[in-house]
Design a protein around this ligand. Structure first.
Ligand code: E4P
Length: 220
């Protein structure tokens, strides 16, 4: 499976790339805007932070297919190997089809239903990103959407992968992986929650205390 961080925080990517088995970094326009750094300067820094084998994702801003294709080409020229995120609108679907013909890999984003995600995959998107928590926040069932999308892709578009996105808890991410998703992208807080339960630290402190009581030091 592929684990991505959903962030534009270069320092945190650098720190966590040492620790986590990362496949790369995903961004979206809000994430880039929060960094206040121009995209074209940010992307090379993110690439360096995640390592040359890490895959970057960046999103187009145009609303029409021709504009999306032009931006995708610019991204592809600037960062070889980048996956271009295209919102799955009517124009977005047209752009995904055109980019597939051009050999530029895409991710269909802003996916709020299994049907929408299936269309992106059939149009040729390499990845499809359903928004789990945003669907939950609307009173829907994000995990159920992902389960359906995963099954639909396995049956009808096996060349595309679900890259599940929009998480607020590790539980949501695990449920997507249990549904068979091959990729997830986590915001920094959820990535850290996966490792940082307070019980772990107190278990280690107890081991140290017991050892010190018996041997007077912490040496092996
Ligand atoms: C991924 O494609 C999305 O940009 C992202 O995961 C959305 O996450 P959010 O709902 O936490 O903003």
């Amino acid at each position: 499976m592929e684990l991505y961080l959903d962030t534009a925080n270069v320092a945190e990517v650098e720190r966590l790339a040492r620790i986590y088995p990362l496949a790369g970094v995903t961004t979206n326009p809000s994430i880039v805007a929060a960094s206040k750094e121009p995209l074209w300067e940010l992307l090379p820094r993110l690439q360096k932070a995640v390592g040359e084998n890490g895959t970057l994702f960046a999103q187009t801003m145009s609303r029409d297919a021709a504009g999306m294709v032009a931006e995708a080409k610019r991204l592809n020229n600037a960062v070889p190997g980048i996956i271009v995120k295209i919102p799955v609108t009517a124009e977005g679907l047209a752009a995904i089809k055109l980019l597939k013909r051009e050999g530029i890999p895409t991710l269909g984003t802003a996916v709020y239903s299994a049907a929408q995600g299936l269309l992106a995959a059939l149009a040729g998107a390499k990845y499809v990103a359903p928004y789990v928590n945003r669907v939950d926040a609307q009173g829907g069932n994000g995990i159920q959407m992902v389960q359906e999308l995963q099954t639909l892709l396995e049956l009808h578009a096996p060349q595309s992968k679900v890259l599940a996105a929009s998480f607020k808890t590790p539980r949501q991410a695990l449920d997507c992986l249990l549904a068979g998703c091959e990729a997830i992208t986590l915001p920094l807080d959820v990535a850290q929650q996966m490792l940082g339960t307070p019980a772990v630290e107190s278990a280690i402190e107890k081991f140290e205390q017991d050892w010190k009581n018996a041997f007077g030091n912490l040496n092996l």
